[in-house]
Write a protein that binds this ligand. Sequence first.
Ligand SMILES: Cc1cc2nc3c(=O)[nH]c(=O)nc-3n(C[C@H](O)[C@H](O)[C@H](O)COP(=O)(O)OP(=O)(O)OC[C@H]3O[C@@H](n4cnc5c(N)ncnc54)[C@H](O)[C@@H]3O)c2cc1C
Length: 397
Amino acid sequence: MTSLDNFRLEVRQWLETNCPESQRQPIIKEEQIWGGRRRIFPSPDARLWFERMRDKGWTAPDWPTEYGGGGLSAAEAKVLEQEMQALGCRPPLYEIGLWMFGPALLEYGSEQQKLEHIPKIVRGEIRWSQGYSEPSAGSDLASLITRAEDMGDHFLVNGSKMWTTQADKADWIFCLVRTDPKVPKQEGISFLLIDMASEGVSTAPIELISGESEFCQTFFEDVRVPKENLVGELNAGWSIAKRLLKHERKLMSIMEMMVEKEDETVVELAKRYVGVDGTGQLRDNALRTQLTRHLMNSQAIEWTSYRLFEQHGQVIKDAGLPLIMKHISTTELQRKDELILAIMGNRGLSLKDAEYSHKEQRLVKNWAYNKAQTIAGGTSEIQLNIIAKRALDLPGH
Ligand SMILES: Cc1cc2nc3c(=O)[nH]c(=O)nc-3n(C[C@H](O)[C@H](O)[C@H](O)COP(=O)(O)OP(=O)(O)OC[C@H]3O[C@@H](n4cnc5c(N)ncnc54)[C@H](O)[C@@H]3O)c2cc1C
C-alpha cells in the first residue's frame, strides 16, 4: 500500500467520524457558509463541520501550514476532494478569498501581507470582494480610472467599482487602481487592498433579473489606504490582476459542481414533468435527444476539467485552458437551464407567483441568474477573442 493509499484511508475514516450526517446532503444556496465578521451558520451541525475542517486547515487543504492551510500536497488535496465527494460532504466554506484572492496573494504578497491575510481567509474570519470592473471599464478593464494618489504615508482613493459581488457583506476588497495616468494604460495600474470599514467607502445594491441583489456598486470618496496595503510593486498590478483572473476562470469552469445541487437530476425532472411510455422512455423524442446531448456534454466537461486540473495542479501554465473550460462549461450550464425550462413547460413561467412550487420558482430563478455566468469573469465574446489569439494562434483581422 502506498502512502497515498494510507492517506486515503485516514481521510475516509476522519470524514466518516467528523462530517455530521446533515452535512452530507446536497447543498442549497441558503445553507452555504460564507466567511466574514458577520458570518452566520445555518445550523449547529454546519458550524461544527466548518470548525472541524477549519481546525485541520482543510478549508484550504493545499495552502502552506505556516499560514494556517492544510499543507497537503496536490495529490493529497485531490484525495481529500475525492473522498469528500464520495461521502457527499458539503464544502465547509465559500469564499472569494479562498478561490481567487488567496492564491494570488500567496504568489505576489509580501511575507507580512500573507501572515496578516491568509490565516483569516482559511479560518473564514474575513470576507473578500473583488473590485475590478468600473462603469466604463469591464471588458476593457485596463481603462479603469479609480485613482489612488500617493500622499506620502498613504494612498488617497477616489472612484467607484461596478458589479462588486457581495461587497455590502464583505470586510475587505481587493482593487485595481490607477496610480499613474500618464503611462500606457496597463502600466499605470496597482493592486490595492482596502478595508471596507474605512471612512469614505460605501455600497449601493444592484438588482439582478433573477430578483436577487447579489452585487453592488462600491464608491470610494477620499479613502485613506495605508501604503502597506499595496500588493507587489507600484504600477505593476496588471500582472497580478491577470493571474487572479486565471483562478476566477478556473472556478467558473467548475461552476456546475459549485452551484446548488437539486434533489432530482434533469432526467428525473423530465420523467416527472413529461412522463414515460410503456418501455420507460421519455414521451418526447426530440427532448430525449436534447437531454442526451446535454448529458454527454456535461460528462465530457467534467472529465476534461478533472484531467486538466489534475495534470496542471494549482498553477495552470497554459493560459488558454481555463479560458476554454470557462467558456464551454458556462455555455453548457445555460443550455441545461433552457432544457429545464422546456421540460417544465408552463410550470416554468414564474419567479415568484405563489401558485408555483418553491422548487419551480427556484429553477426559473437559476435560469435567470445563470445568464450572468457568460458575462462574469470576462464575457464569452472576449473569451473567444482571446482563445482565438492566444490559445489557437489564429490570425487577427
Ligand atoms: C454575476 C456577475 C458577478 C460579477 N462580479 C464582479 C465582481 O465581483 N467584481 C468585479 O470587478 N466585476 C464583477 N463582474 C463584472 C464582470 O467582470 C463584467 O461584467 C464583465 O467583465 C463585462 O464587462 P461589462 O459588464 O462592462 O460589459 P462590456 O465590457 O460593456 O461589454 C458589453 C458587451 O459588449 C461585448 N464586447 C465588449 N468588447 C468587445 C470586443 N472587443 N469584442 C467583442 N465583443 C465585445 C461584450 O462581450 C458584451 O456582450 C461581475 C459580473 C457578473 C455578471
